[in-house]
Design a protein around this ligand. Structure first.
Ligand code: ARG
Length: 286
């Protein structure tokens, strides 16, 4: 029994969160702009500021370095403005890099570019047979991979991935076009097997998928529509520190209550392309 002072209510136990430094791949947005529209966030008529995008991205990069992460960089390619969203470049686990095969022609050349990087850097590359956008739609939680479909990754890529990496893959149906990738609707806060903890936006899913999430993750953080609307869920956690959009105010509060240390980063410029913190981050698991 813990001793409390008179009048002070005993606190519900908040788990101690443990940080594990990650290894990630990023791509400097040197060629970032919005010249086509493949998600509702993108408007080619609105101006973009590439140097501001780079400056904001540099803060994210430095934040990861300060957290002790190993940050690898892939060279940006002129004419591929969305290449900054490295999460879409593949899904990496056990040194296997399952490559991406993009939905829209505008991004298709990114698939081979990322696979080339994986190969050069010692990963075993698996060229995908089915359309998938990497960690944008595949999130590792414990020993399970949550896999999104509905807008981008095709559900047959879920089966393919399960075969390639020998993990359980759970299909979740996304129904709201603003949350077109799974990493815009789910945040993995703690992926340690046995203490899995996530946050999600219920309105992004159909009923059967919601039932799965409720059953598997009864203690999940439920984010507000307001926080999801600034891509607050599109965050990256090392198990304790959670790098999130500065404007996700209520999510920040909930993270603190749950024992995490939120770190706000402003990526407003990259939001014009429909991406945030997590989109710019591909985890490399050797
Ligand atoms: N403009 C990009 C697209 O629509 C944004 C990708 C965001 N990436 C992510 N992992 N959610 O494809």
């Amino acid at each position: 029994m813990s001793i409390t002072h008179e009048g002070e209510r005993p606190q519900a136990a908040v788990p101690v969160r443990r940080a594990i430094a990650r290894s990630v791949l990023m791509c400097r947005p040197e060629h970032f702009t919005v010249v086509y529209r493949i998600n509702p966030w993108m408007d080619p008529h609105l101006p973009t500021d590439t140097s501001l995008a780079v400056r904001q991205w540099e803060v994210l990069h430095q934040t990861y370095r300060d957290l002790g992460f190993d940050v690898q960089l892939i060279d940006p390619i002129d004419g591929l403005p969305d290449m900054v969203y490295a999460a879409n470049g593949g899904f990496v686990i056990d040194n296997i890099a399952y490559g991406a095969s993009f939905t829209y022609p505008e991004r298709q050349p990114e698939g081979p570019a990322y696979m080339h990087w994986f190969e050069e850097n010692g990963f075993d590359v698996v060229v995908p047979e089915n359309v998938n956008e990497g960690e944008g739609d595949f999130l590792l939680v414990g020993n399970t991979i949550l896999a999104g479909t509905g807008f981008r990754s095709a559900s047959n890529s879920h089966e393919e991935l399960a075969g390639v990496v020998g993990r359980e893959v759970i299909t979740l149906n996304l129904v709201n076009p603003s949350f077109y990738h799974l990493d815009t609707a789910v945040a993995v806060l703690d992926g340690t097997p046995g203490q899995e903890h996530i946050a999600y936006l219920p309105a992004a899913f159909d009923e059967p998928s919601l039932a799965i999430l409720r059953e598997r993750y009864p203690d999940a953080i439920i984010v507000t529509n307001e926080d999801a609307a600034v891509l607050g869920l599109n965050s990256f956690s090392d198990g304790r520190n959670v790098v999130i959009a500065t404007r996700a105010i209520d999510f920040e509060r909930q993270l603190r209550e749950n024992g995490y240390t939120p770190i706000g980063v402003d990526l407003s410029e990259l939001l014009l392309g429909g991406g945030g913190v997590k989109c710019c981050t591909l985890e490399l698991r050797r």
